[in-house]
Design a protein around this ligand. Structure first.
Ligand code: AGP
Length: 613
């Protein structure tokens, strides 16, 4: 989604802003722009398309040591230079960048137009600089606060004024905003990645915060001037983790990082002696955990498939009724909150609007909601009642890969804790601990299949439609495999439980519609093999992901990807990685933009309901 970066300091602002915007590219955008202040004048440059277009339009020697920049993902008004941010007031003295949606912009626009203001864009955001201008009497902070009182909706905003050099005013309500504290320089951005090259000292803004920043200091208040205390945090990862490290794309790099990211997520959390795990952030006593009689896990997209896998696992090993629900559904469904139910929200970004608002809705009804997130300091971990960081490290590619296996890791640990508190013996617990500890090596083995998987992907890259089929624990993995292929190759793919095939979808099987079957060595293996035969009988090509040495599957399938034999509940890990690689190679073969697929954004923050609603 849209990205914000603001800078004030001693250096050339234009260069820093464009570089910061490039770091935000991964969020998804369709245009970008900057506004730089110098000699009581703001220079605004905006361009449709890639940031390279903007970069080409910005003069190398553009003077100015403060300014703001933005990557836009269009919501109101078509994608063109004019609708890109920053937006200005009629005098050109005020520039703003805005993430979020101003819900009452039509009424505000009408009112301002009647007062003589001329609007030049189709955006909701343009009302902001005009409102600030209306209230401006020499104090930008005061004018921004007055403006905010008239806005309904969500925002992360940064504003600058030509007559107040090296000063930025930021505000947050529903869209992330982070302050970066450097040596004689300050940053405001929607995401720490924009400023990581300069500082790791950050302050996360909260809803209702207004922050006023100059080169060396900042002050945070609410809209009515009441001081708000802030804590400075240190970002726990390095800028190097945001580089491609010799890989052609971030997605491939992130797929190959999984042995390390899974290991990080388990570090210090496995208890080998007791055959269980430890998760410090749950904020729950053992007694409280034992009282839980149901678990509901909410998430969107890939995170929802991690949630679904873990709901299966919880029922299987801990014998607790568990369900995964889509946050976009729960959010509008008036959920029934039961006191014995423990709720989780799973989100890589920690900012997904549907998940965040679903969480708030549940909390409003008295639920205890724990978060499983990757981005430290993001909104969900800050507002949840406890939870677990997955420690995946920054995930830049829009298509989630390593965060998925890290989400599984965190929730497997939780499931193990719950299982050991109930039915599971120490011996069985130890088997799971050992199997988890071995996962990084198992994933390394799978990664060695890269060129074999590439060959298979190349062979079927011209097909227009795919099925992905699994059962039980690998059913959500089939859904994830289909989503991965769709997102980055734009090939139609459907994930199904293999048992459902004969209830309708089998009508679509023909010689040119491949089915990818997941065949773990578990109690459902025979069932899946029958489903493979149903497809074979209808001449459907079969790609199987099976366990090393499975001759029967090899005989039926046209192509096989053999994964190592693992503990029966660990197949989701070793089977999802080949599917990620499969989607990746197909997309590369078709010449797609793997890291930034069309129409998608890394973090879907198109929020419509403010925190206070
Ligand atoms: C994953 O490949 C997707 N791009 C998308 O489905 C994503 O998982 C979803 O939007 C949820 O994001 P979150 O984990 O940041 O909440």
């Amino acid at each position: 989604m849209c990205g914000i970066v603001g800078y004030c300091g001693e250096k050339n602002a234009a260069g820093i802003l464009v570089e910061g915007l490039k770091r935000l590219e991964y969020r998804g955008y369709d245009s970008s722009g900057i506004s730089v202040g110098f000699n009581n004048k703001l220079t605004v440059i905006k361009k449709k398309g890639k940031i390279s277009n903007l970069q080409a339009a910005v003069p190398k020697d553009l003077p100015g040591t403060y300014g703001i920049g933005h990557t836009r993902w269009a919501t109101h008004g078509e994608v063109n230079d004019l609708n890109a941010h920053p937006h200005s007031d009629s005098s050109g003295k005020i520039s703003i960048v805005h993430n979020g949606i101003i819900e009452n912009y039509i009424a505000l626009r009408k009112k301002l137009t009647a007062e003589g203001v001329e609007f030049i864009t189709e955006t909701d955001s343009e009302v902001i600089p005009h409102l600030i201008s209306k209230f401006y009497d020499g104090d930008l902070e005061k004018a921004v606060k007055e403006c905010l009182k008239h806005l309904k909706g969500t925002y992360g905003i940064v504003a600058v004024h030509a007559d107040e050099p090296c000063r930025m005013v930021g505000a947050r309500n529903g869209s992330p905003l982070v302050l970066g504290i450097g040596e004689g320089e300050m940053f405001l951005a929607s995401d720490v990645t924009a400023m990581m090259a300069y500082t790791k000292q950050v302050v996360y803004m909260e809803d209702g915060d207004v922050v006023v920043v100059d080169k060396t200091s900042f002050r945070t208040t609410d809209i009515r001037d009441n001081e708000r205390d802030k804590q400075i945090s240190t970002v726990g990862w390095d800028i190097g983790e945001m580089e491609k490290d010799g890989f052609p794309t971030f997605m491939e790099k992130e797929i190959f990082e999984q042995p390390q990211s899974i290991l990080r997520g388990m570090k210090g959390r496995l208890d080998i002696d007791q055959g269980t795990a430890k998760l410090g952030g749950l904020n729950m006593t053992n007694r409280e955990l034992r009282m839980v009689n149901r678990v509901i896990i909410l998430a969107a997209g890939t995170s929802s498939y991690a949630a679904m896998t873990c709901a299966y696992l919880l029922e299987k090993i801990a014998r607790i009724p568990a369900n995964a629900e889509l946050s976009s559904e729960i959010r509008y469904k008036n959920p029934i909150v039961d006191p014995g139910t423990l709720y989780f929200v799973v989100s890589q970004s920690g900012e997904t609007a549907d998940t965040l608002y679903a969480m708030r809705e549940l909390q409003r009804k008295g639920a205890k909601v724990l978060g499983i997130c990757n981005v430290v300091g993001s909104t969900i971990p800050r507002e949840s009642d406890g939870g677990v960081y997955i420690h995946s490290g920054p995930e830049i590619a829009v298509a989630s890969t390593k965060a998925f296996t890290s989400q599984l890791t965190a929730m497997y640990l939780f499931s193990l804790i719950m299982a050991r508190m109930r039915d599971m013996s120490m011996i069985d617990g130890k088997k799971i601990v050992e199997a988890m500890a071995k996962l990084p090596d198992d994933i390394e083995t799978v990664l060695k299949l890269n060129s074999h998987i590439k060959d298979i992907a190349d062979k079927y890259a011209d097909c227009h439609s795919f099925f992905f089929l699994g059962r039980g624990l690998t059913y959500p993995i089939a859904l994830e495999g289909a989503l991965k292929l769709k997102e980055i190759s734009y090939i139609h793919a459907e994930g199904y439980t293999a048992g459902e095939l004969k209830h309708g979808p089998i009508a679509l099987i023909n010689e040119v519609t491949p089915s990818v079957f997941l065949v773990p060595d578990d109690s459902l293996r025979e069932k899946i093999i029958s489903n493979m035969k149903e497809v074979k009988a209808r001449k459907g090509p079969i790609i199987a992901v099976a366990v090393e040495g499975d001759k029967e599957v090899e005989d039926i399938a046209d192509d096989v990807i053999f994964v190592p034999k693992v503990h029966e509940v660990m197949y989701p890990f070793v089977m999802v990685v080949p599917l990620q690689m499969y989607a990746y190679h197909t997309a590369v073969k078709l010449g797609r933009n793997v890291d930034q697929p069309r129409n998608l954004a890394k973090s879907v923050t198109g929020a419509r309901m403010p925190a206070s609603a």
